[in-house]
Design a protein around this ligand. Structure first.
Ligand SMILES: *Cc1c(COP(=O)(O)O)cnc(C)c1O
Length: 378
């Protein structure tokens, strides 16, 4: 394993500790931040929020983008816009980051877990279809879970580490069952499935700009949609549902203060300008890792068929749990930060009673996938 840590240190040209993912601020960040401070518009109104929303929508090819204070908030609002209500059910994958299930739970809805595909690490259309066919029926155009008698309102696949899942097949199944498709695209800015950007397949999608994501605003998120009504409503309920008025405070419903501050948006506009360079660097790093790990007889996880991944977090697949634990132990002890993929959601105390399909691929990956240093190399 010594040669692995040596290779990573060489690649990152340092003998110091190597973090999993460091942000890079090498563009107009300071310039825009200074400008933002000088303008005094640092908070909930300002030109950087508007600029960011326009530029982001253009980048991913959606009609509208609404900036939010973080990715979890973007997901929460996306689910509300998908009309998910208390006691409804939402299908998602067991192998995901906790935010997906937290957002579902904020509404008082319940997650149902289906399996992932081994190659994409994202939702398996086969598992989704089988679950629906054996457990659900369409009644008055609503997908009803025959076991719980609840409505399955939405489906939230996630593009794991920026590798697109089979989103077109998932969309087709959702359409058949009248389930609204909400993409958790938090990790997949710059990732395309069949040349269409992730997050533009469903009715609505959420991205994250947390400190460890491919671009960051410190904390931040965005909702994207092509639906004008949903876009307007997203803006409205992320900004306290205030009715525009020259001076009066009138709000027409209980809503949220989820807007991204202009200060964070200033940082984000500068980061978005550098996205293409970041993507190139990550792809180069993926190539280096691929060649190196082939010699080590370790599988480096490559972008799935029909897609272009952003390679946000680079990942390898170890032979079994023992080899994985050895790898984690050795690398972390030797100054190279590595992390296992998430515990399955259904194994967490809060979600252990949720309904689920057979999760054998999720379990296989949970025991073997490790993320390795992935920062953009300058
Ligand atoms: C990062 C992330 C989110 C959102 O996270 P925030 O930290 O709230 O911005 C949601 N889902 C997934 C899968 C993520 O990786």
């Amino acid at each position: 394993m010594q040669n692995i840590t040596d290779f990573i240190k060489q690649t990152f040209k340092t003998n110091e500790f190597i973090p999993l993912h460091e942000p890079r601020f090498v563009g107009n960040e300071k310039k825009y931040l200074n400008d933002c401070i000088d303008s005094t518009f640092v908070s909930s109104v300002g030109k950087y929020v508007d600029t960011f929303e326009k530029e982001f929508a253009k980048k991913v090819g959606s009609k509208y983008a609404i900036a939010t204070v973080n990715g979890t908030a973007a997901l929460h609002i996306s689910l509300i816009l998908a009309d998910v209500q208390k006691d409804d059910e939402v299908i998602t994958q067991a192998l995901t980051f906790i935010a997906t299930c937290n957002a579902i739970s904020y509404i008082g809805a319940k997650p149902i877990f289906v399996d992932v595909d081994l190659d994409t690490m994202g939702m398996s259309p086969k598992s989704l279809k089988e679950f629906l066919e054996s457990n659900c029926e369409l009644v008055n155009k609503q997908c009803i879970n025959k076991t719980t008698k609840k409505i399955i309102k939405a489906c939230v696949p996630m593009h794991t580490f920026g590798h697109p899942c089979r989103i077109d097949e998932i969309k087709e199944i959702c359409d058949t069952w009248n389930i609204i498709l909400v993409e958790d695209a938090a990790e997949s800015l710059g990732s395309y499935y069949k040349e269409k950007h992730t997050g533009t397949f469903g009715k609505i999608a959420a991205f994250s700009f947390n400190g460890n994501k491919i671009i960051t605003s410190g904390g931040g998120g965005v909702i994207v949609t092509d639906d004008e009504v949903l876009a307007k409503r997203a803006k409205h309920i992320t900004t306290t549902a205030k009715i525009p008025h020259p001076y009066e405070y009138v709000h027409d419903e209980i809503a949220y203060n989820y807007r991204l501050p202009n200060l964070n948006a200033a940082l984000l506009v500068a980061q978005l300008e550098q996205l293409n360079g970041f993507l190139e660097s990550k792809r180069e790093l993926a190539l280096k890792y691929k060649e190196f790990f082939a010699k080590e007889d370790i599988i480096f996880i490559e972008e799935p068929k029909d897609s272009k991944a952003n390679y946000w977090l680079q990942a390898i697949l170890l032979k079994d749990k023992n080899q994985r634990d050895e790898f984690l132990e050795f690398t972390n002890k030797n100054g190279v930060m590595t992390r296992p993929i998430w515990r399955l959601m259904n194994e967490l105390e809060m979600f252990k009673d949720c309904q689920k399909d057979d999760l054998k691929n999720s379990k296989y990956l949970e025991e073997r996938v490790v993320n390795i240093p992935s920062s953009v190399i300058l």
